[in-house]
Design a protein around this ligand. Structure first.
Ligand code: G
Ligand code: G
Ligand code: MN
Ligand code: NA
Length: 254
């Protein structure tokens, strides 16, 4: 069986699962949200990471049913966390460019929110900077509709795409996620410190919040805190975890 057919079969057999990585607020030290990250549990190969199947899922269109499943799972799980008392937890879900341009995106998202009874303000959709910038005019229209529905928007992998700062000003987004390539060599690499400082300053002037991705060390975390970054995500706090393993973290940090 080739990879495409295995992927198709995996969808039918529900061989996917979501891991959740905490997002931590610098000021309060609390977990404010989680990013949902899909994993394929292949009976033979074990855990397969998205890097190896998302591109194929996009090419074949399988990303549409898979993406819908991811969104529904993430919203349903977050509603359960709310019911367990973690009432302010947000969930961030990655959208591929193919999903972003699907005609009934808004209707699909709203239907899932209604079915899972999750309030729209607790859902954040992550789009990569490069996906959005490919067609900024269309992106602005689609993002506006989503935001008018109360859904939050994050620009993922920020800093590595070609974003015109002029468009950043116009884009209806709530936050930017600084790509981990800028964090990796902080605080030793002073050019990276300068870039991250500039992104934070710019974003704050545009009234956007800033999250740093891929934070692995205390030194990186300290530098980001002193720069004024709002939130972070990374191994220094927690890897992406199974939903059950999130609860003890929430009990400590919410
Ligand atoms: O841990 P990690 O290997 O999960 O994630 C690798 C990449 O896969 C990330 O860039 C992330 O944006 C992407 N990804 C993870 N989950 C999803 C998903 O549900 N949908 C889409 N489109 N991309 C995802
Ligand atoms: O959507 P995005 O590309 O941002 O997906 C996040 C990816 O980053 C996932 O593959 C996740 O497993 C990974 N990741 C999360 N925290 C860290 C970290 O601290 N270091 C590194 N190298 N990768 C991380
Ligand atoms: Mn992401
Ligand atoms: Na990212």
């Amino acid at each position: 069986l080739n990879l495409e057919n295995r992927l198709r079969r995996a969808l039918e057999r529900h061989e996917f699962t979501l891991a959740y990585q905490p997002q931590v607020d610098f000021r309060s030290g609390r977990i404010t949200g989680v990013e949902a990250l899909v994993r394929w549990l292949d009976p033979e190969e074990g855990v397969i990471l998205p890097g190896t199947f998302i591109p194929l899922a996009e090419e074949t269109g399988l990303i549409l049913p898979l993406g819908r499943w991811v969104l529904e799972q993430a919203c349903a799980q977050t509603k359960r966390w709310h019911e367990q008392g973690f009432k302010h937890l947000k969930v961030a879900v990655n959208l591929s460019m193919v999903q972003f341009h699907q005609k009934d995106l808004l209707e699909m998202v709203q239907e899932i929110l209604q079915r899972t009874r999750l309030e729209p303000r607790f859902l954040e959709l992550e789009l990569t900077e490069s996906a959005v910038m490919r067609n900024p005019g269309t992106a602005i229209r689609i993002l506006s509709e989503l935001r008018d529905a109360g859904i939050q928007i994050a620009l993922d992998d920020f800093g590595i795409g070609h974003s015109s700062l002029n468009y950043l000003k116009q884009l209806p987004v709530d936050r930017v996620k600084i790509d981990r390539s800028f964090i990796r060599n902080m605080p030793v690499d002073s050019a990276d410190v300068a870039i991250v400082t500039a992104i934070v300053t710019l974003a704050h002037h545009l009234r956007l919040r800033v999250l740093a991705e891929g934070v692995e060390t205390d030194a990186q975390r300290d530098a980001l805190r002193s720069i004024g970054c709002d939130e972070y995500q990374g191994y220094v706090f927690s890897r992406p975890v199974d939903p059950g393993d999130l609860v003890p973290l929430l009990q400590q940090c919410l």
